[in-house]
Design a protein around this ligand. Structure first.
Ligand SMILES: [Zn+2]
Ligand SMILES: [Zn+2]
Length: 495
């Protein structure tokens, strides 16, 4: 485990990708062997022929050994199936739970009520459209960074943003069979809260893992007011409070791509040179072959390197259909939002804010009746939102406008997504922007453990589901979520 600037990394038992250098070393020895053996076709004395042929065979053996080493490493890498390991901690446990949720419908236990509610909404939407989604998440193979975590300590608890490169198979099926399948390389982010501050347990609220009602953690330890279940602190923490995916290429894919490009450019240079040799005047064959090989090695190698760098550059700009985003606006937005919010909340963290906005948008997109959500006041929703089956946030949010009205801060944000939608039985991927107007009361600090699906009534303390009703069933008071967290005032789709 390493620690650089608050970033922890934990390696994963994985097979490393085959070393391309072994392959090229093998090729070089084989080329040298061919030069040696080509002495047969020359007019040198039999003794010299025998010496060079013998040397050539020795070189071939050495080359064969290197290539054999590469091929067996390549085979082992291909056959290796990485797995999640529960013992490694929460990140792996939740990843495994996500797989069993998608494949067998077993309800995850590591995450909070909001994340679970979102997963259920998504399943309902798919069901309504007669589709099933196979979403298989596996750790990426090769020499990646393993699992990385950035920790942030607040007065209430520590929040870890944990992420790792993953390979994900997304498949949509209807009754006739698969309608869409795609394998993607992404980074999966889990936001995990843990290590609560003992003196704050009466202030930190949490949704009951059993019934979903909101209670202070200390009350849950004594027995939930609503369902009576008693929890140990180890049942409640750590807990995954948000989950999202970002697109990314793995190290193994990039190095594999570089190696292939160099190999084919060397081969191309060699073939051109060799053709010239065949057409050209008779000469001393070993010398001509040696020149061909050297040219292939140096010129082809150099050309390959240039081409590989260009290809890499192209993949960096391959947005996978994502709409263009201004790098300047993106980086300045992060700074602006942080500066504005830190005036009201000294514990403000941009990552947490971003996670909340992502969760809010997903909730508003997947809800069957968004107007019933306490966190959505946008009125009639664009019909295309109800066709969306899966959303990948692409880590881009830009601040467009901000204004303060009394204690209510309004922000206009543009967010970038890659979405999978279904229309007329077909599933397609689109790069979308979603513009949202969000607002909240900045005079009231957000209570830790705030949920957008289940709340505690500020009047009577009763816990209720704000996904289905906006008034408290105990005292009848109207609930205003903007006093405790962000709400969406408007949401528009740009496709
Ligand atoms: Zn309960
Ligand atoms: Zn009430």
């Amino acid at each position: 485990m390493g620690n650089i600037l608050g970033l922890n990394t934990k390696t994963r038992d994985s097979i490393i990708e085959p070393d391309g250098m072994d392959w090229f070393k093998g090729l070089a020895w084989i080329a040298a062997g061919i030069v040696g053996i080509s002495f047969i076709a020359t007019s040198v004395s039999v003794l010299w022929k025998m010496i060079f042929v013998a040397l050539g065979i020795v070189f071939w053996c050495i080359g064969g050994k290197w290539i054999g080493k590469y091929v067996s490493a390549y085979r082992a890498f291909r056959q290796f199936v990485p797995t999640w390991d529960q013992k490694r901690g929460m990140y792996d446990r939740f990843a495994q739970e996500l797989n069993t949720w998608q494949q067998e419908g077993i309800v995850p236990t590591c995450c909070d009520g909001d994340t679970l509610y979102f997963l259920k909404l998504q399943k309902e939407r798919l069901k309504k459209r007669g589709l099933t989604m196979t979403d298989r998440i596996m750790p990426a193979k090769g020499s990646g960074f393993g699992t990385a975590a950035i920790s942030r300590k607040s007065p209430w608890y520590t929040t870890d943003m944990v992420y790792e490169s993953i390979k994900r198979t997304i498949r949509f099926e209807n009754s006739n069979g698969p309608v869409y399948e795609r394998e993607v390389e992404q980074v999966m982010y889990e936001i995990i809260v843990h290590t609560p501050n003992d003196s704050q347990l009466t202030h930190i609220t949490m949704t009951c893992p059993n019934c979903g009602a909101v209670s202070p953690v200390a009350a849950l330890e004594e027995g939930c007011r609503y369902c009576g279940t008693r929890f140990k602190i180890t049942d409640l923490f750590p807990r995954v409070v948000n989950l999202f995916f970002l697109k990314d290429k793995t190290t193994a894919t990039i190095s594999g791509m570089t190696g292939k490009t160099i190999f084919f450019s060397m081969l191309a240079v060699f073939l051109v040179e060799f053709a010239c040799v065949l057409i050209g005047e008779n000469g001393f064959l070993p010398a001509k072959l040696a020149v061909c090989f050297l040219a292939a090695g140096f010129c082809g190698g150099l050309l390959g390197l240039v081409l590989a760098s260009l290809r890499l550059l192209v993949t960096l700009f391959d947005r996978d259909g994502m709409k263009p985003v201004s790098l300047f606006k993106w980086s300045s937005s992060k700074k602006k939002i942080t500066n504005i919010m830190q005036k009201y909340d000294s514990n403000f963290s941009y990552d947490k804010f971003e996670g909340q906005i992502v969760a809010l948008i997903r909730m508003a997109v997947f809800a069957e009746y968004p107007e019933k959500l306490a966190c959505y006041r946008g009125g009639q929703r664009d019909d295309r939102f109800s066709n969306i089956l899966e959303m990948t946030y692409t880590n881009a949010t830009c601040l467009r406008k901000v204004r303060l009205e009394g204690n209510i801060l309004h922000m206009s944000l543009r967010t970038w997504w890659i979405n999978y939608s279904e229309t007329q039985g077909k599933v397609h991927k689109t790069g979308d922007c979603i513009d949202v107007e969000v607002s909240r009361n900045v005079a009231i600090m957000e209570p830790p453990g705030f949920s957008i699906t289940s709340v505690e009534c500020p009047n009577c303390g009763g816990s209720f589901d704000v996904v289905r009703q906006k008034t408290c069933p105990y005292c009848g008071g109207e609930y205003h979520m903007e006093n405790e967290g962000w709400v969406i005032d408007d949401m528009r789709l740009l496709r």
